[in-house]
Write a protein that binds this ligand. Structure first.
Ligand SMILES: [Zn+2]
Length: 469
């Protein structure tokens, strides 16, 4: 029997507002622990919350970007739980009346678009950061002691919940890359997984392919890159298939994914379902965003990454278009092509060489880049790489590099080509017997011998000529 994975995601996004969700403490990283706090976010008796207007507007805008309906009446609720990262004994969140509902995001794919439903996007406050010292790294169980930093407590957080519409680890990754890019372009969050400003949990189940049942799902937490998320989902899908196929039953469970070993570690099983005893927060008025405000925010939305992928796909292909757009590189690509570079060559140089060299695309002059792209075959490889690495420098000029023409005279590499071929008789036989992938090996050897000065196109023609003779 073949199985279909069923995956829903829960995404938490830190908003980069200047101040916290319900008080005027600054939001930010790197300050000394417990210095960005006040009576409200430390829950002193009698302190009252006031909602951050910018956070509400940004959440509406994010909801609009996800195709959501914006509630005319949304309510903050208390989610009660007792833990030391939460001084109030409850988190202010949204429950039955969230700000954004019923959205959807299209993920362009090679065999049709994937439509991912957005169940809700709501606004809440983050908990404080805990650090567990001793014992197994990062875990509270077995730690010698735990420290709490309340600087993060009260940071505005948007929780986005998708429908279980995702059916492969790769689709989960592509959806998240698009979502992240849309969030970054809205300017509401840096959405960096390494810093914890974007956090993703995955709910995973499997079902016989072709059925529409929903079987017991499990949850995976603590995945801190898109690749780890894909690998975590893959590992859990395999585990569940093995359980069902051996006649067992998948139990509801929560796992941590450990990327180094690729394993899933179960958290202690919950003895009973969470009961957060939600009730409306009596200290805050309901949110009733004016329709003019919603329409003004809608009109201010930038062109979506999906729309740009579609447009660029028609000029390149889906794969390149997706890499350019989700990497925030498509504006530079368009300008470089407009400055005269070949579109495919420009895409390749930007997504491989430029990104590989760690150059900030925002600092690159499209005109200079276009010159380099056009001359990439006629200048020596080391000079080209050096030029690409310096593209982000102020006042960078491609001209000195363009002046370094490669050694293009066929007479010069020819003896080297012959020497390489006679030194590798086995590979020559293999090539002649159809292993044409070896061409790259011969060219590589010649380039090494000439310290990168030969023109690879001419070398490859020479090798081909000699081997067919
Ligand atoms: Zn505060």
């Amino acid at each position: 029997m073949s199985w279909e994975p069923v995956v829903g995601l829960e995404i938490h996004v830190h908003l980069k507002t200047k101040t916290k969700m319900f008080c005027r403490c600054p939001v930010g990283f790197g300050a000394a622990p417990n210095t960005q706090t006040c009576p409200v976010c430390l829950a002193f008796p009698g302190a009252l919350p006031v909602a951050n207007r910018v956070a509400v507007e940004w959440t509406i805008q994010l909801g609009l970007a996800l195709g959501c309906e914006i509630a005319e009446h949304a309510v903050f609720s208390r989610k009660n739980y007792f833990y030391y990262d939460n001084p109030k004994g409850y988190q202010i969140s949204q429950y039955d009346l969230p700000l954004c509902t019923n959205g959807n995001v299209l993920v362009p794919g090679s065999d049709g678009d994937l439509e991912v439903g957005i169940v809700r996007a709501h606004l809440e406050e983050d908990a404080a950061k805990t650090v567990h010292v001793g014992g197994r790294a990062g875990r509270s169980q077995g730690a010698d002691y735990s420290l709490v930093d309340f600087n993060r407590g009260g940071t505005p957080l948007v929780e986005i919940v998708t429908a279980p519409d995702i059916h492969s680890p790769d689709d989960a990754k592509r959806f998240l890359q698009l979502l992240r890019q849309a969030i970054v372009e809205l300017g509401v969050s840096d959405a960096e997984m390494e810093k914890g400003t974007l956090r993703v949990d995955a709910n995973v189940s499997v079902r016989p392919a072709g059925s529409d049942e929903l079987r017991t799902r499990t949850e995976i937490k603590n995945m801190n890159s898109f690749n780890f998320i894909a690998r975590g989902i893959e590992a859990e899908v395999e585990r569940q298939i093995a359980v069902w196929e051996s006649g067992g039953t998948v139990e509801p469970q929560t796992f941590d994914f450990e990327a180094s070993s690729g394993t899933l570690t179960p958290r202690r099983a919950k003895e009973e379902a969470d009961d957060y005893r939600y009730f409306p927060e009596p200290d805050l008025v309901p949110l009733e965003p004016a329709r003019e405000l919603v329409e003004r925010l809608r009109a201010a939305l930038p062109e979506s990454p999906v729309t740009r992928i579609r447009r660029i796909e028609s000029e390149l292909d889906l794969e390149r278009a997706t890499v350019l757009v989700t990497g925030g590189l498509d504006a530079l690509w368009s300008e470089t092509v407009a400055a005269g570079a070949d579109d495919v060559a420009a895409a390749n140089v930007i997504t491989n060489n430029l990104v590989g060299a760690g150059v900030d695309p925002g600092e690159v002059s499209p005109e200079e880049l276009a010159k380099l792209v056009s001359a990439r075959k006629s200048i020596p490889r080391p000079a080209f790489d050096e030029a690409v690495a310096k593209l982000g420098d102020p006042d960078f000029s491609a001209d000195p590099y363009l002046a370094q023409e490669a050694v293009s005279d066929t007479a010069e590499p020819e003896p080297i080509v012959e020497a390489i071929l006679s030194a590798n008789a086995d590979q020559v036989d293999a090539f002649r017997n159809g292993k044409h992938g070896l061409l790259g090996f011969f060219v590589g050897q010649v380039m090494k011998e000439t310290q990168g000065k030969a023109n690879p196109r001419i070398v490859s023609e020479l090798v081909r000529e000699k081997l067919s003779g």
